[in-house]
Design a protein around this ligand. Structure first.
Ligand SMILES: Nc1ncnc2c1ncn2[C@@H]1O[C@H](COP(=O)(O)OP(=O)(O)OP(=O)(O)O)[C@@H](O)[C@H]1O
Ligand SMILES: [Mg+2]
Length: 271
């Protein structure tokens, strides 16, 4: 079974080396957790290290802003776009607006008009074909929830995921953190894997943790692992835990930036 490494230092050892090729993985997290950075890093590493071209679909930020923000991590996305190794596509907001207006005038229970979703999917597929992309990043799924009707939302998400899965790309899709821990969202059930980025506080310090909630076909890690945001992107500490006494060790050492894990994640912060 072919694995697709994210290339994010310390992360791949948590999932047997990478995502299963052509799977769709959900990346959930609160505001500022690092979702967009994770996705951009996945594409950047794919291109520069693994020779796999990528497509970045953005529903919120403009491509210019994404390129500017990611430049901070030393990633020259503009050059990769010019070299036809990367496409950054802003999903068409005009078609979107039409959809919302139309949908709001529908009678309750009326069939969903999927024209907009089709337009977005066609746009995505066209860019994949254009550069033969193997990696796809979509930021974010929450933007597709454009109707207040939960049945409609379910249908839209289902259609969207079902179609994306036929594109022969290993896909990472972000979604906002679900406020209701009792109920999982439809995309959490549908995705082959779910990764959760959480930010919380321990002893006055802000700690970021990554947890693999599920990864079908993979013997995955089940511990909350710390990660940090650096000038070179995300770095995960695959042997540390944010819970228990190790947390103190982590926060002091890692935030002082003294140690970084190596690629295999075999490095220990302690010792
Ligand atoms: N060079 C850096 N060093 C340390 N932290 C950084 C650096 N650059 C960005 N950050 C952190 O990363 C956060 C933004 O990350 P990112 O945009 O990937 O998050 P996000 O989950 O996509 O957020 P949103 O929910 O707003 O879309 C910033 O709020 C900041 O805390
Ligand atoms: Mg973001």
């Amino acid at each position: 079974m072919a694995r697709v490494p994210t290339g994010i230092p310390g992360f791949d050892p948590l999932i047997e080396g990478g995502f299963i090729e052509n799977d769709l993985i959900l990346l959930i997290g609160g505001p500022g957790a690092g979702k967009s950075t994770f996705g951009a890093q996945y594409l950047y590493e794919g291109i520069t290290r693994y020779g796999e071209t990528g497509v970045y679909i953005t529903f919120e930020e403009t491509p210019a802003r994404i390129m500017r923000n990611m430049w901070r991590h030393g990633w020259d996305l503009e050059r990769l776009v010019k070299e036809d190794k990367l496409r950054i596509i802003r999903a068409d907001p005009i078609a979107y607006e039409r959809y919302i207006k139309k949908n709001h005038t529908q009678e309750p229970g009326a069939e969903t008009d999927t024209t907009t979703i089709e337009t977005v999917l066609r746009q995505i597929y066209a860019s994949i074909r254009e550069i033969g992309a193997k990696r796809l990043f979509i930021d974010s799924m929450t933007s597709l929830k454009i109707t207040p009707d939960p049945i409609n939302i379910r249908y839209i998400i289902l259609e969207f995921i079902k179609n994306i899965e036929t594109f022969d790309c290993t896909t990472l899709v972000t979604s906002e953190l679900n406020n209701d821990p009792e109920h999982f969202s439809v995309e959490e059930y549908l995705a082959e894997g779910v990764i959760c980025l959480k930010v919380f506080r321990i002893g006055g310090e802000r700690i970021r943790s990554v947890e693999i909630l599920k990864m079908r076909g993979t013997k995955h890690d089940e511990v909350l692992r710390p990660y940090i945001m650096t000038d070179h992107g995300i770095v995960v500490y695959p042997l540390q835990s944010v819970i228990g006494k190790e947390a103190d060790v982590f926060s002091i050492e890692a935030f002082n930036g003294r140690r970084k894990p190596d690629e295999t994640g075999s490095h220990r912060l302690t010792g």
